[in-house]
Each structure stands twice: as structure tokens, then as C-alpha cells.
Design a protein around this ligand. Structure first.
Ligand code: NAP
Ligand code: ZN
Ligand code: ZN
Length: 347
């Protein structure tokens, strides 16, 4: 086994603290890479606090992982020692179901293996994430990164990036569309960048008036403070799509009113609590409310290549791993511009 160290939550009530554990020895198709940076996703916080239920502890969070390959298994063809490498939210899947066959491993019907808080395909070995020094992943779930982009700012593309890119591509959002991005956090700011790059007219819907200047710098064409009734009223029935990245309970009906006929409200934000949906928010305009999660491996590579081509990365604040709990507190207050990334050299 390979000795590894990281930060783990021992229970849903204890703060993250240093923890030593083991990674598996490299199999013939495995890649080992040392982790240079790991992004901090709001999903990390939901999961270490077990807000979605079913948490596996001890839990080493982190699924925006980038680093450099230090060893490869004997049959590995896609990577060599010294290459940059990244891993997002998944490390394996059944590879046989219809979804997997179509490159939609994120929707594996037999249950994929997530990077942490999950079980390997053997159904019993827990996985541990990227708040750690090194990781072993099957080469099919390791992504190539461009050496032209800032590596730390590339890390959040592995979750925040693909989670916003994938639905925009699925619904073919682009020129001629009015897209609203709801919530300007880690996911939201990537949604703005991709929406703009794909040619849509982008509006940020935010609870934070102080984020307006940033939103415009990110490329947004308009900015609406959601607590401003007059602005919300004026935006009624104007959007083709809403990309909803909000992490906490909110009233979907309020936002559905902003969609045009046939508009789609795409949920990527995953509040832990249920919310009441009025059928009449959908019926009069033949509107839809939909969900989407991350993206398949092929699409994640496509997104990374798109970012390299368009010079897109995340706006980040680099942190020391010892400050992780403070970062969570700031994230909960919406005080992050726009993704914390852990410098793993501080581990
Ligand atoms: P984040 O950086 O904390 O951003 C969330 C943003 O939502 C905040 O910055 C804030 O933006 C807004 N917000 C927060 N509380 C709100 C409230 N009560 N009402 C209205 N707006 C509120 O989080 P993130 O990392 O982007 O993640 C966002 C959500 O997506 C989380 O639930 C996460 O678990 C989920 N997620 C889903 C997937 C997936 O595959 N579907 C992948 C990754 C993450 P403003 O200040 O602009 O209002
Ligand atoms: Zn995430
Ligand atoms: Zn599958």
C-alpha cells in the first residue's frame, strides 16, 4: 500500500484535521499523481457535515484535484511520469450500462464511484479525496491538463467547470439565448464565463449587490439583485434558461417566473432541503425544471480543452490547508471570490 496523508473529518460534527491513510498499490491501469492543488467545492461542505445523508467517515473531501504524475501501471498508455494530471468527482463507474457506454459515467445506472464519500466498484472499499498529498486513479478517469493555464486556477474546472459547462452544452445554450446564472459563487462564476464564451447574453441573479462589478468583469451583460422586486418584475418572462447554482433553500417559483415560454430552469445547486413547487409556475409557459450533474469523462476533457483554447480558468483565492474551516465559514457567507483552492504544499 502507498502511505498517504491528508485532512479528514472523523465524523459529521468534527472539524477537518490531519489524518494518515493508505492508497492502493498501482494496478496495471492506474496512475499515481502527487496533488499540487485541490479546489474547495460547496459539495465538500455539504458532505463533511452529512447534509445529504449516507456519509462515509472518516471522510477526506476534495474533487477538484490537479498535480503531477509520479508513477504509472504497466499497461497505462495515456500518461507518463511528469505529466500534469487532474481528477474530478468520479474515479470509476460500471463501464457497461447504457449511460457508461454513451460516455455519461456521471449517470451510471449501476452506481459510479465518486472520488470520496463513495465505494470502489468492489462495493466495499471507501474512496478518499483530494485534500491529500497523493492519489491513485484508473487512467480512464484521469484528465489531461494544459500547461498553458495556471495550474491552481485549473483545479476548479474539474467540478465547478464541468458542472456548468455540461448543461450549457446539453441544452445548446449559445448565440441568441438569454441565460440567467443564479448565484455567483464557485459554480456561478464559471457558468458566467462559459455562457459568455458560448455567445449567450448573460445575466447574473444574485443576493449580493457587492458582486456586481465582479459579475461584469467576468463578462456578464446584466446584473440583478434578487431582493429588488422592481428589477425582478422587469426581468419577468425574459430568459431562455436559468442555471441555478444556489446551495441553500430558495423559492424555485420566484425564478420560474423569469423564464420565457418553453424556458428551462436547470438545477445544479443541490440544497439539502426540499422545496415546494407550484404546478402553475410551469403550466402557463410550458416551462421545465431540470437537473444536471457534473459531466462524463470525455466531456470533461472537451471542457478542459475548450478552456485551454479560450484561456478560461477559475478566479481563485489560494489557501493554506490549515485555514480550511475558516474558508468554509466564509463560503457559507458568500464571501469567496470565487473559489478557494488549497495549496497542497501547506499540508
Ligand atoms: P458557493 O461557491 O458557495 O456558491 C453558492 C452561491 O449561491 C453563493 O455564492 C450565493 O451567491 C448563492 N446563495 C447562497 N445561499 C443562498 C440563498 N440562501 N439564497 C440564494 N442564493 C444563495 O457554492 P458552489 O461550490 O458554487 O456550489 C453550489 C451548489 O452546487 C452546492 O449546493 C453544491 O453542492 C452544488 N454542486 C452541484 C454539482 C452537480 O454536479 N450538480 C457539482 C458541484 C456543486 P450570491 O451571493 O450571488 O447570491
Ligand atoms: Zn464539486
Ligand atoms: Zn455504468
Amino acid at each position: 500500500m502507498i502511505d498517504a496523508k491528508g485532512y479528514a473529518a472523523q465524523t459529521s460534527e468534527t472539524p477537518l484535521a490531519p489524518w494518515s491513510f493508505e492508497r492502493r498499490e498501482l494496478g496495471p491501469h492506474d496512475v499515481q499523481f502527487d496533488i499540487t492543488y485541490c479546489g474547495v467545492c460547496h459539495s465538500d461542505l455539504h458532505q463533511i457535515r452529512d447534509e445529504w445523508g449516507g456519509g462515509i467517515f472518516p471522510m477526506v473531501p476534495g474533487h477538484e484535484i490537479v498535480g503531477k504524475v509520479v508513477a504509472v501501471g504497466e499497461h497505462v498508455t495515456k500518461f507518463k511520469v511528469g505529466d500534469l494530471a487532474g481528477t474530478g468527482c468520479m474515479v470509476d463507474s460500471c463501464r457497461q450500462c447504457d449511460s457508461c457506454q454513451q460516455g455519461l459515467e456521471q449517470y451510471c445506472t449501476n452506481g459510479n464511484t465518486l472520488t470520496y464519500n463513495s465505494l470502489e466498484q468492489d462495493g466495499r472499499t471507501p474512496t478518499y479525496g483530494g485534500y491529500s498529498n497523493t492519489i491513485v486513479v484508473n487512467e480512464d478517469f484521469v484528465l489531461h491538463l494544459s500547461d498553458q493555464l495556471d495550474l491552481a486556477a485549473t483545479a476548479p474546472l474539474l467540478c465547478a467547470g464541468i458542472t456548468t459547462y455540461s448543461p450549457l452544452k446539453h441544452w445548446k445554450v449559445g448565440k441568441g439565448h438569454k441565460l440567467a446564472v443564479l448565484g455567483l459563487g464557485g459554480l456561478g462564476h464559471m457558468g458566467v464565463k462559459f455562457g459568455v464564451a458560448l455567445g449567450a447574453e448573460v445575466t447574473v441573479l444574485s443576493t449580493s449587490p457587492r458582486k456586481e462589478a465582479d459579475a461584469r468583469k467576468l463578462g456578464a451583460h446584466h446584473f440583478i439583485v434578487t431582493s429588488d422586486a422592481a428589477q425582478m418584475e422587469a426581468a419577468g418572462a425574459t430568459f431562455d434558461f436559468i442555471l441555478d447554482t444556489v446551495s441553500a433553500e430558495h423559492d424555485y417559483n420566484q425564478y420560474l417566473a423569469l423564464l420565457k415560454v418553453d424556458g428551462v430552469h436547470i438545477c445544479v445547486g443541490a440544497p439539502p432541503t426540499p422545496s415546494a413547487l407550484l404546478a402553475f409556475s410551469l403550466i402557463p409557459g410550458r416551462k421545465s425544471i431540470a437537473g444536471s450533474t457534473i459531466g462524463g469523462i470525455k466531456e470533461t476533457q472537451e471542457m478542459l480543452d475548450f478552456c485551454a483554447e479560450h484561456n478560461i480558468t477559475s478566479d481563485i483565492e489560494l489557501i493554506d490547508i490549515k485555514d480550511i474551516e475558516t474558508s468554509y465559514e466564509r463560503m457559507l457567507k458568500g464571501d469567496v471570490r470565487y473559489r478557494f483552492v488549497i495549496d497542497m504544499a501547506t499540508l
